[in-house]
Ligand binder design. Structure first.
Ligand code: HEM
Length: 123
């Protein structure tokens, strides 16, 4: 159940993030909508709460277990690059950050699937 919630939030967060970046590039009015500002925070909060729940369930923790440390580091990189993608000073900076944020995201997914920090194992 927790895993299903976690994975649902994973899918919603990456689709929503990419949509918001596209809207930023297109200077779309959608960005001003109230739900567009609120929903990402709700989804990301549920994503983190489910992550904590899963951690407790399998009794593995960041710092102790390398793959979970890698997920947390990957998450921080994803968030920072995500902020730059949406608020960066120029289109080129935002585009590079956007690419980097997606790479960080898929690194996190590969770590989640393999429980290994080495991304090469997935490919
Ligand atoms: C954007 C951030 C995240 C993404 C994309 C993500 C992705 C995933 C995916 C795809 C799975 C399912 C793996 C499978 O089916 O075997 C998963 C499971 C899990 N995630 Fe995350 N996750 C994220 C954040 C986190 C964080 C921050 C933590 C905790 C530090 C965490 C802890 C876990 C745990 C404990 C599992 C269960 C693993 C298992 O039972 O084998 N996740 N995550």
């Amino acid at each position: 159940m927790l895993l299903a919630i976690h994975i649902s939030c994973v899918v919603i967060t990456i689709v929503g993030f990419n949509l918001r970046v596209v809207w930023t590039f297109a200077q779309s009015r959608h960005l001003q909508r109230k739900w567009v500002k609120i929903v990402p925070h709700v989804v990301d909060t549920i994503l983190l709460l489910s992550a904590i729940g899963l951690m407790l369930e399998i009794a593995q923790y960041p710092v102790v277990d390398d793959w979970l440390s890698a997920k947390v580091v990957g998450l921080v990189v994803y968030i920072l690059l995500g902020i730059i993608s949406l608020r960066g000073p120029s289109r080129s900076v935002r585009a590079i950050a956007w690419l980097g944020a997606n790479i960080a995201f898929f690194y996190i997914v590969s770590v989640a699937l393999t429980h290994e920090v080495d991304v090469g194992l997935l490919f």
